[in-house]
Design a protein around this ligand. Structure first.
Ligand code: GLN
Length: 304
């Protein structure tokens, strides 16, 4: 399979269809990004890179960062983690508070904001400087220094963080939060405000296509059984209330962010990241999903 030819074909078809959406503006600073940007990077298990469009341009990774924090916490707390966060798709928007009450402060899964805040809380209990540790971890997975926090995006989200702060206090009311809510929200917002390119995202996700072993870090990041479980969570929960649609159309584990990025893996074959900032009404990138759907259609296989 000529991956370069494949992603160029996908790139050109998406560009000519040119589906449009809306750049996220609930974080005001994110609204300044150019909606026409579009890039695809695919990395195979030997580390060969295939790219099209704006694949080397850094962008706001937002919720894609939740995969890194989940992986760190899973490595540290092993199976104890699942007493604090569940593994069920929520069917609700990423920032929903509704189910937390019925579930007695145990978030439905680690990718909705409530779950990701619990994960960041666990990292805050473990490390004096969790942000430095998260950056170090991502750089190790990528094989180079690549994480830059965009301070404008971070400050912009912090000025509008009432909802995430409310989620933190709700979790605390149920005893599922160990640290100061504002401190954890600040760390959460900082890891969401990291910027990475498609190619670096694809490199950093490669361990999930490779049974937990990173060719960049040259070590097992998590045991194979955990890599499989993280992939299962991405497949069932990575797109929030659009997870079913993504599984139906693409059929791969993937994680989206409101910056317009999607990172995805084809286990035992490759990792891939796509970026285009215009989103659908569920907060997921229109062109990125279309690109991945075309990709698995052209390959004639997905997970299934
Ligand atoms: N930082 C964003 C938030 O909490 C991340 C959301 C996302 O990418 N879906 O609202």
């Amino acid at each position: 399979m000529d991956y370069q030819e494949l992603i160029e074909e996908v790139y050109n078809e998406v560009m000519s269809a040119n589906p449009r959406g809306k750049v996220a503006d609930y974080i005001p600073e994110l609204a300044r990004v150019d909606g026409d940007k579009f890039g695809i990077a695919l990395v195979d298990l030997e580390g060969n890179i295939f790219g099209a469009g704006d694949f080397e341009e850094p962008f706001s990774i937002q919720s894609i960062s939740k995969v890194y924090t989940l992986t760190m916490v899973a490595g540290i707390f092993k199976n104890k983690l699942w007493s604090r966060v569940n593994v069920e798709p929520s069917g609700d928007p990423f920032n929903s508070i509704a189910q937390l009450e019925f579930e007695k402060g145990i978030p439905r899964n680690p990718f909705i904001n409530a779950g990701a805040l619990v994960i960041t809380d666990a990292l805050t209990s473990k490390f004096d400087d969790p942000i430095a540790e998260i950056s170090k971890f991502i750089n190790e997975l990528t094989g180079k220094e690549c994480t830059e926090i965009n301070r404008e995006v971070m400050d912009s989200e912090l000025r509008h963080s009432e909802r995430n702060t409310a989620l933190g206090y709700f979790l605390k009311a149920y005893g599922n939060f160990e640290n100061k809510v504002e401190e954890v929200v600040k760390t959460y917002v900082a890891h969401c405000a990291m910027e990475m390119s498609c190619v670096d995202l694809a490199r950093s996700f490669s361990f999930l296509a490779n049974d937990g072993y990173s060719i960049y870090a040259k070590r097992e990041i998590v045991p194979e059984s955990f890599a499989r479980r993280i992939n299962s969570l991405m497949l069932t929960c990575g797109f929030y209330d659009e997870a079913g649609e993504f599984a139906f159309r693409v059929g791969l584990p993937g994680k989206s962010g409101v910056g317009g990025g999607v990172a995805s893996v084809m286990p035992h074959k490759f990792s891939i990241a796509v970026w285009s900032p215009e989103l659908n009404e569920k907060g997921n990138s229109i062109k990125s999903i279309m690109a991945l759907e075309l990709l698995t259609d052209k390959l004639k296989f997905s997970l299934f």
